[in-house]
Each structure stands twice: as structure tokens, then as C-alpha cells.
Design a protein around this ligand. Structure first.
Ligand code: F6P
Length: 321
């Protein structure tokens, strides 16, 4: 079998361990792997590269993806997909493994349906927002990065007795905000899943300051709003009577860096499952991890709502005394 592999959408630390695992698991069983560069863009443009065991050496500790990634809008158009299918034929690809999030899986499902090729997805996104799977590659490393950054911000926030608004990634969802907020003892966590009225924030700040807190750190998901806009709002309402107000957007630094051991190990396991599933003749779906076990889920399940850790949110409020 010749298995094609690509990464699409936002990169996620841990993609490289997945690639290494796919290449070496397939090789160990006598199969070939072909890397497709820049995701669906590479499929359209025929940018393919043979991957052998030695080609994926020394990449376990590298963030990003050696295959490069892109957000390719043209793949929505049949004309470009047909061009891609022609390239798959020319390169004699028998099956595909696709790394990415929910949007990527929509493309993966189209390929499976329109070509009949077996296509298996592996959930990789720091947003952790793929339905049907507890684990998404990259989330653990992004959390480590966010926690590390917020810990540093707390030092300076305390020294200057400031109010800090820290915006973390999570386009539509608050997974990073909730866990990074709890882990760093943030005074307030704001997520799109919860309608926390911003009019109530001044009172939260006032009562925390009355408790004798030096700083007030708000960890907010980008899906809740922009840190700078919230800062303007607070300046307008309370000025700086409870401390100077600063806003920090952690942005893409959350998405880079050495993958954590968990993202590496899970990446290797996800990769092995994907190869074995393809070799067993299974058609399409993505590898999901639930309650300690791997399953193959229907691609559509990826779009289903997966809730944030409400218990973590509750606990962070309880501990905020
Ligand atoms: O999907 C992952 C993610 O990092 C989101 O958290 C963020 O909103 C988005 O990608 C940023 O995308 P880009 O790298 O294209 O700016």
C-alpha cells in the first residue's frame, strides 16, 4: 500500500511525532508513505515527497510540521479537488491520512466520498474542539505554553498590583482558557461557552482587591472577545482606581515549541492506529480517543459540540478567595 499523509489548517505541536509514527509503522509492515506538502494546497499542486524511516529521524522534539500546512480555500471547489484526485492517481496513492481539525475533516470526507479511497483523520488542533474525541494533538503543548506565559505575567502583575487581561487562543471555544486559567489561579476565566456579562467584571475586581489580592488576572478565550476591547471597556467603567490595566495577547506563541511528552506519545499512538486501521481495510473516519481507548469515528462527529470542563470552571471560582 502507498499511504499519503498531509497536515492541514493551523499546525499543532505533536504533528511531527504523528508523521514519524505513520512512516515507521507503515515501513515496518512493508508499506510506503508519501508526504503531501502544505496540506490540500500540495494535493492540488502535486507537491509530493517520498518519506522513508530515515527522513523522519530527529523530529520528535520539533513543533510545527515538517510537511508544512496551509488553509486552502480552493479545495472547496470541485475543479481543484478533481485536479487533486488526478495527482493522487499519478502518484499511485491508495489511501490517505489527514492531520487537522474539524474543517480539515470536511475535506477528508469529501475525498473519501468522491474517490472511494480510504481516508483516516487524526485530530490535531490546539483548540481541542473536535467532537467525539477527548484528545486532540497539540492541546497539551499549547496549555503548557499558556500556563508558562501566564505564570510570568502574574509575577509582574503582582509587583505592580495590576489588572491583566490575558487573551488565549480558541477561536470559538474556551478549552485553553479554562484549563490554563485554573492552573494559574486566574481571578476570572471568560469563555464563549458562558455568557459572563462584562458589566459584572468591575465588581469582581473590586471585591478581589478588598480581599487583599495584589493582582487581578483575567484569562479570556479569543472566542469571548478581544482583550484590548475589554481593557477599553474597563478603563471607561472603573478607570485605574483598582490598579493599572494591561492587556496581553498570547497569540501564536501558544502554537509553537517542543511538544510535551504527552503530545509526543499520543501522537505516536494515534499514528499507529491510523496505519493499522487503513491496513485492515477500514474506509473512512477519524481516530478518536475516549476513556482510554482508540476508536474510529464518523467524520461528521467531529462537528458535534464537545463541552469544556465545567468542573474546572466551577473549581476555579471556588478557589478564588
Ligand atoms: O485553529 C487553531 C488556531 O490557533 C485558533 O486558536 C486561532 O484562532 C487560529 O488557529 C489562528 O489562525 P491563523 O494561524 O491562521 O492566524
Amino acid at each position: 500500500m502507498r499511504i499519503g499523509i498531509l497536515c492541514s489548517g493551523g499546525d499543532a505541536p505533536g504533528m511531527n511525532p504523528v508523521i514519524r509514527s505513520v512512516v515507521r509503522c507503515a515501513s515496518s509492515l512493508g508499506h510506503e508513505v508519501v508526504g503531501i506538502r502544505r496540506g490540500f494546497r500540495g494535493l492540488i499542486e502535486g507537491d509530493f515527497v517520498e518519506l522513508r524511516s530515515r527522513d523522519v529521524g530527529g523530529i520528535l522534539d520539533r513543533g510545527g510540521t515538517i510537511l508544512l500546512s496551509s488553509r486552502e480555500e480552493r479545495f472547496r471547489e470541485l475543479e481543484y479537488r478533481e485536479r487533486s484526485y488526478e495527482n493522487l492517481k499519478i502518484k499511485k496513492i491508495d489511501a490517505l491520512i489527514v492531520l487537522g481539525g474539524e474543517g480539515t475533516f470536511k475535506g477528508a470526507e469529501l475525498i473519501a466520498e468522491e474517490t472511494g479511497l480510504p481516508v483516516i483523520g487524526i485530530p490535531c488542533t490546539i483548540d481541542n474542539d473536535v467532537g467525539g474525541t477527548e484528545y486532540c494533538i497539540g492541546y497539551d503543548t499549547a496549555l503548557r505554553n499558556a500556563v508558562d506565559a501566564i505564570d510570568k505575567i502574574r509575577d509582574t502583575a503582582s509587583s505592580h498590583e495590576r489588572i491583566f487581561l490575558v487573551e488565549v487562543m480558541g477561536r470559538k471555544r474556551g478549552f485553553i482558557a479554562v484549563e490554563a486559567g485554573l492552573a494559574t489561579g486566574a481571578e476570572l476565566i471568560l469563555v464563549p461557552e458562558e455568557d459572563f456579562p462584562r458589566e459584572e467584571i468591575p465588581e469582581e475586581i473590586r471585591s478581589a482587591k478588598e480581599l487583599g489580592k495584589l493582582h487581578f488576572i483575567i484569562v479570556m478565550a479569543e472566542g469571548y472577545g478581544k482583550a484590548e476591547e475589554l481593557r477599553e471597556f474597563l478603563l471607561d467603567r472603573i478607570g485605574e482606581r483598582y490598579g493599572e490595566i494591561r492587556a496581553t495577547v498570547l497569540g501564536h506563541l501558544q502554537r509553537g515549541g517542543i511538544p510535551t511528552h504527552t503530545d509526543r506519545i499520543m501522537g505516536m499512538k494515534f499514528g499507529e492506529v491510523a496505519v493499522e486501521v487503513l491496513l485492515s481495510g477500514e474506509g473512512k473516519g477519524f481516530v478518536a480517543y475516549e476513556k482510554g481507548k482508540f476508536y474510529i469515528e464518523d467524520f461528521r462527529k467531529a462537528g458535534e459540540y464537545k463541552d469544556i470542563d465545567r468542573e474546572a470552571l466551577r473549581l476555579s471560582r471556588r478557589l478564588n478567595l
